[in-house]
Design a protein around this ligand. Structure first.
Ligand SMILES: *[C@@H]1O[C@H](CO)[C@@H](O)[C@H](O)[C@H]1NC(C)=O
Ligand SMILES: *[C@@H]1O[C@H](CO)[C@@H](O)[C@H](O)[C@H]1NC(C)=O
Ligand SMILES: *[C@@H]1O[C@H](CO)[C@@H](O)[C@H](O)[C@H]1NC(C)=O
Ligand SMILES: *[C@@H]1O[C@H](CO)[C@@H](O)[C@H](O)[C@H]1NC(C)=O
Ligand SMILES: *[C@@H]1O[C@H](CO)[C@@H](O)[C@H](O)[C@H]1NC(C)=O
Length: 523
């Protein structure tokens, strides 16, 4: 089942197209319906049984409807295509004795003399749209009029439709209205045979002509009422109706009153329709649209079911109908008729589908639906359109900054390490490291020994002398040496080795040195 929102949308769309059809002489209702088909993404071909025509002009004729020969349609669904007109016109087939058919009549009356005359004929019902999705067809239906030539005589004219209680078609009680137009009009429709709650009717009265308002159909010049709900045993099968009032005192300016059964919201009342002879009934050459429900009445879901996969069967008044499951379209009445809808492709085709299949992200078609994911770096429900950045901008800036700081610190530490190594080598580290009695301190160790160069015990022109304590509590002095360059490296190391070997009471013994400074430190 299509959700109601979707249905309403389609209806509006079709009404819009139909309105456009009236506005322009180039578009017929049939072409408008074909355009609507295209927008709904309904395949335009391959909806008939193999070997059967499935088009009449632009209009698609999907099975169970069909043409030409038995086997191409189910009983009651035969369509005839008249190709002698341009574009070709489709009709529900009938054989002059069985409904459905349209009755055309003219009936002259003269209240004073009581003289009457009557002409009646039948014709096929013209189709302009078949929808398997909603199990509905749209047909052209006529307007009934009563027009006066003086205050008590005139002509009843129009057409009404007769349907077969047992046949596929019934008036759609949810989609059609009874409408009356006139300064004093009361159309009434007899729709049940027995146990009738009275005929369905509405009343339009207009005591003051200026009270009529364009677009408003509420009893002043125009009235409307919904058809009663279908009761399977007593369905509404005729659009025939009676106009009351055989006297018209305003016959000179407002000679006619009208009644019709028409697709809801299709008729837009205008004050002009109250004036002039047969104005409303000649407004549309083929008549107004009427919606009929169809169903296969000589069968049931249990017994017959639906042929296509991905379809479902539903009971309908006295029979059953088939539908493609959601996200499938095509023809549920034929093998493999229901095909997956490519929602993503449709989204690209028109804005209607962007509303119908919402996706604020990356759309991917999957069988029986579509997948919609947020774009990279976003999360949330993309179908509901609430994708949000995983990291908001502020967090990105903070993370970015922190990253740069870490990189920066690592670079500084690496540089420092290289510098220490360079001093170590420059000051003869590799040579001194191998010598007994000399300890080579690291910069860190020296910092510990002197408690972060806290206590200065002397200061000469060569630099500061610091007091320090080794791990074994031995007191030492730490002093800067002279700057060592490449040439002096050998001399410096030799000197250090000699000094370290000297043991004398009055000479401060050299314990070691730290080379990780530009100028070596002696301990
Ligand atoms: C087809 O339509 C033409 C005029 O539009 C009409 O004269 C003719 O009888 C129609 N043919 C059939 C088979 O209904
Ligand atoms: C026309 O209707 C009669 C009476 O029901 C029926 O016997 C006949 O088969 C029908 N003809 C066609 C062509 O459908
Ligand atoms: C109204 O017109 C009918 C025929 O057009 C005529 O027979 C009748 O006498 C007229 N009535 C009046 C009151 O003029
Ligand atoms: C009906 O007609 C009136 C007057 O022409 C117009 O203002 C209004 O918009 C129409 N409504 C629809 C639904 O077409
Ligand atoms: C329903 O359609 C899917 C592809 O859209 C297909 O794989 C599957 O076979 C179909 N199911 C049936 C019962 O045909």
């Amino acid at each position: 089942m299509a959700p109601p929102a979707k249905l309403t949308q389609y209806t509006q769309l079709i009404l819009l197209l139909l309105a456009a059809a009236v506005a322009s002489d180039h578009l017929t209702l049939q072409q408008a319906a074909a355009a609507a088909d295209e927008l709904q993404g309904r395949p335009q071909q391959g909806l008939g049984r193999p070997g059967c025509r499935d088009k009449c002009g632009d209009m698609s004729i999907p099975f169970p409807f069909g043409m030409d020969k038995p086997g191409c349609f189910l009983p009651g669904f035969e369509v005839t295509c008249n190709t002698s007109s341009t574009p070709p016109r489709a009709f529900l087939a009938y054989n002059h004795s069985e409904p459905p058919y349209q009755v055309i009549y003219q009936y002259a009356f003269d209240t004073e003399s009581g003289a009457t005359s009557q002409i009646e004929g039948r014709q096929a019902v013209e189709l302009f749209d078949i929808s398997l999705e909603t199990s509905e067809v749209r047909v052209y239906s006529g307007v009934n009029s009563r027009c006066f030539t003086n205050d008590s005589a005139g002509l009843d004219k129009g057409e009404y439709m007769e349907l077969d209680r047992e046949g596929p078609f019934l008036l759609s009680s949810t989609r059609d209205d009874l409408v009356g137009v006139g300064w004093n009009a009361e159309p009434s429709m007899t729709y049940t045979v027995k146990a009738s709650p009275g005929p369905l009717s509405c009343t339009s009265n207009l005591p003051f002509m200026f009270a009529a308002k364009d677009g408003v159909c509420s009893g002043l010049g125009c009235c409307q009422i919904a058809l009663p709900p279908q009761i399977p045993t007593l369905p509404v099968i005729s659009t025939g109706l009676i106009l009351k009032n055989y006297i018209n005192i305003r016959w000179e300016t407002n000679p006619c009153s009208y009644g019709m059964v028409v697709e809801r919201s299709w008729y837009n009342f205008t004050e002009e329709d109250l004036y002039g002879y047969e104005v409303l009934s000649t407004k549309l050459s083929r008549g107004f649209p009427l919606v009929l429900d169809f169903a296969i009445r000589d069968g049931s879901c249990e017994r017959d079911g639906c042929l296509s996969g991905n379809s479902s069967c539903a009971k309908a008044a006295g029979g059953y109908v088939c539908k493609c499951r959601e996200h499938y379209n095509g023809n549920p009445y034929i093998t493999d008729g229901c095909q997956d809808i490519d929602e993503c492709q449709l989204r690209e085709q028109s804005p209607e589908f962007r509303d119908l299949y919402p996706c604020d992200g990356i759309c991917t078609n999957i069988p029986g639906g579509y997948d919609c994911r947020c774009k990279r770096g976003m999360k949330g429900d993309a179908k509901k359109g609430n994708c949000a950045e995983i990291f908001p901008l502020s967090a990105k800036i903070i993370v970015g900054l922190a990253g740069w700081i870490v990189v920066f610190v690592i670079i500084i530490m690496a540089k420092q390490h290289l510098k220490l190594k360079k001093f170590y080598a420059q000051n003869g580290g590799p040579i001194l490291n191998g010598v007994k009695n000399i300890r080579v301190y690291t910069r860190k160790q020296l910092k510990q020994v002197t408690s972060n160069y806290e206590c200065v015990i002397g200061q000469g022109h060569f630099g500061k002398v610091y007091k320090g304590t080794l791990k074994d509590k031995q007191q030492v002095a730490v002093k800067k040496s002279i700057k060592v360059d490449k040439d002096m490296k050998k001399e410096f190391t030799d000197e250090v080795i000699i000094q370290s070997e000297m043991r004398h009471k009055n000479i401060v013994r050299l314990l070691g040195c730290c080379l990780e400074f530009d100028v070596p430190m002696l301990v």
